[in-house]
Design a protein. Structure first.
Length: 581
């Protein structure tokens, strides 16, 4: 459709049958071709044109396009209509068509600079730099007083690797507006690409001569020396910054970088620490300077050392009211396995930015990792006051409540969280899983099984749910065939998990398949189950059913020694017999 429209417009432009006359622009001396319309055709043209403008303003681009095409049927030499159609093509991201349409506008109205500017932009969009250069060369000739066109032309020359022409364009611009930082930096960059180091230096020297009390210019010169690995001269330039502004953090950071290149670690840290002391320097700049230290190969031997922690201590002291200083410190500590101290920094970050959900979340995961469930319970409760509609925080609160065996609060938190979790099915499945565990702990077994079913509908491979559901069914001696299928799936997904092997063995035990149960429980024991008093007790029960009385009593006694307080085990030992509740 777009190609068909473009073809139509070209045919209309070349084969228009209206009366024409040539008009010469006095300013540009260019010949502009226009149509001579009858009064009736002019009324039609105006109607279609303004209707096109009206519907275009409403965003109805296809309708607008049709109106402008009708205009061209009346006046095939209307540069304005081609311009409007080009803008529609740009809005549709059809840049080649826009370029062709706008070329007609420029051909028909060569003295209109706005058409040419847009055409030049389109050439750049299509990476046709030669054509873009031609457009802007024409603009600089027509409007020699325009510094803007000269600047764009210089950039186009540079992009097209025409370095000498770019320098000439910047020189013309410099002659017009005087010594300018942007121009000098652009010229320095070009000279460096051309391998003309001396001329690059002269550009920075010009800036310094123009304003000898501007610290940044000495920084530019230092960077140039550093680029050439002239470390002593680079340091001298950076120290000129400090002679003008003794507290300049960027000056200290630059000297630190020189010391880093010279492998003077002590001097590096001393200067870097001084840079952090600059209260006027934005924290974002300091963080950007810190990141290479934390990630760079030069500091592999300094991970988690007092030297780097001292830098963060300065950062948090200087920016004590900015949560980001604590947050970056926390991330560093966590990445270097200092989790307890990282948790302290997360808490400090939240005192300054309590509305940051991401920080709360990171802190909760860390509390779980550290096993601090009392802290999780209290902090999640506080977070839910700020974010009552955050289901993940409801889950964290429930996890803390479960550890405190406060199952009613856990249940209420999970039920509330489920009201807000529809957009996150994975989290919803986890909440149903936890709710199943909580309901079982409350003695609500059918409700527990119902929630396990809901969890498995969301994720049929949730191994924890498959295990727990199977185990609780086996305790009830209920749906044992289903229990065996579920726990078999868990074993297939995680074959070496001692807990799942124990559940599988117990389901087989409940189904009276004692020999198979013995084989499976021994696999659980081999995979670390000998450290669980419950698995050891089950091992004894299964041995008993396999007529190994002595072995059974031995395992029951071992389970008591491991801390098992079940009242049934002493009876089993006394009677030398498996006893059920």
């Amino acid at each position: 459709m777009k190609n068909l429209l473009l073809t139509l417009l070209i045919i209309v432009a070349l084969c228009g049958c209206n009366s024409q006359k040539n008009v010469v622009s006095k300013k540009s001396k260019e010949t502009r071709i226009v149509s001579v319309l009858t009064e009736e055709n002019k009324r039609k043209f105006d109607y279609f044109f303004f209707e096109g403008q009206r519907v275009k303003m409403k965003g109805e681009l296809n309708k607008a396009k049709n109106y402008f095409v009708e205009c061209l049927k009346i006046d095939s030499l209307s540069a304005t209509c081609f311009y409007e159609l080009a803008n529609i093509a740009i809005a549709e991201q059809n840049y080649p068509a826009a370029q062709q349409l706008l070329s007609n506008s420029v051909r028909l109205a060569p003295d209109n600079k706005w058409y040419q500017i847009l055409l030049g932009d389109l050439y750049q969009q299509n990476k046709d730099y030669e054509s873009a250069i031609a457009v802007y060369e024409g603009l600089t000739k027509r409007f020699p007083e325009s510094d803007e066109y000269n600047y764009v032309l210089a950039q186009l020359y540079y992009t097209n690797k025409q370095f000498n022409k770019a320098i000439d364009a910047y020189n013309r611009l410099e002659k017009s507006i005087g010594i300018n930082e942007v121009i000098s930096i652009e010229k320095e960059k070009i000279y460096l690409e051309m391998g003309k180091q001396g001329l690059a230096h002269k550009e920075i020297e010009k800036l310094i001569e123009e304003n000898p009390f501007e610290p940044r210019y000495y920084g530019f010169m230092g960077d140039l020396y550093l680029y050439n690995k002239e470390y002593n001269k680079a340091e001298q330039s950076y120290r000129r910054i400090l002679s003008i502004d003794p507290a300049n953090g960027l000056g200290y950071f630059s000297i630190a970088n020189v010391k880093l290149q010279q492998k003077d670690t002590l001097a590096f840290f001393n200067n870097f620490a001084q840079g952090l002391e600059d209260k006027e320097l934005e924290i974002e700049v300091k963080i950007q300077r810190l990141l290479p230290i934390l990630m760079g190969k030069q500091f592999t031997t300094y991970k988690d050392t007092a030297a780097i922690q001292a830098l963060f201590a300065r950062l948090t002291r200087i920016h004590s009211d900015d949560a980001r200083s604590y947050l970056y410190y926390a991330n560093y500590l966590q990445n270097n396995n200092n989790k307890a101290k990282a948790l302290e920094q997360y808490k400090k970050a939240l005192t300054h930015d309590p509305d940051n959900r991401g920080v709360w979340q990171d802190m909760f995961f860390l509390e779980i990792d550290l096993g601090k469930f009392d802290m999780l319970y209290a902090d999640a409760s506080e977070a839910l006051i700020l974010f009552p509609d955050e289901p993940l925080f409801s889950l964290f609160y429930a996890m803390g409540a479960i550890q405190k065996e406060d199952y009613d609060k856990a249940k209420n938190a999970l039920l509330k969280g489920l009201q807000y979790v529809d957009k996150n099915p994975a989290l919803k499945g986890q909440m149903y899983a936890y709710l199943g565990d909580v309901q079982h702990s409350l003695g609500n077994k059918e409700e527990a099984f119902d929630n396990y079913e809901k969890a498995l509908k969301i994720d049929e491979n949730n191994v924890v749910v498959l295990n727990n559901y199977s185990y609780y069914l086996s305790l009830e001696s209920k749906d044992l065939e289903k229990a065996e299928k579920m726990i078999s799936k868990s074993i297939a997904l995680e074959p070496g998990n001692a807990t799942y092997l124990d559940t599988y063995a117990w389901v087989l035990f409940k189904r009276g398949r004692y020999f198979e149960a013995k084989y499976i429980i021994e696999r659980a024991i081999d995979n670390g189950g000998n450290e669980s008093e419950v698995i050891v007790e089950h091992y004894g029960d299964i041995l008993y059913k396999n007529n190994d009385i002595e072995g059974a009593v031995k395992q029951w006694k071992k389970s008591i020694e491991m801390g098992n307080t079940s009242p049934l085990i002493p009876k089993k030992i006394e009677l030398k017999k498996y006893v059920e509740e």
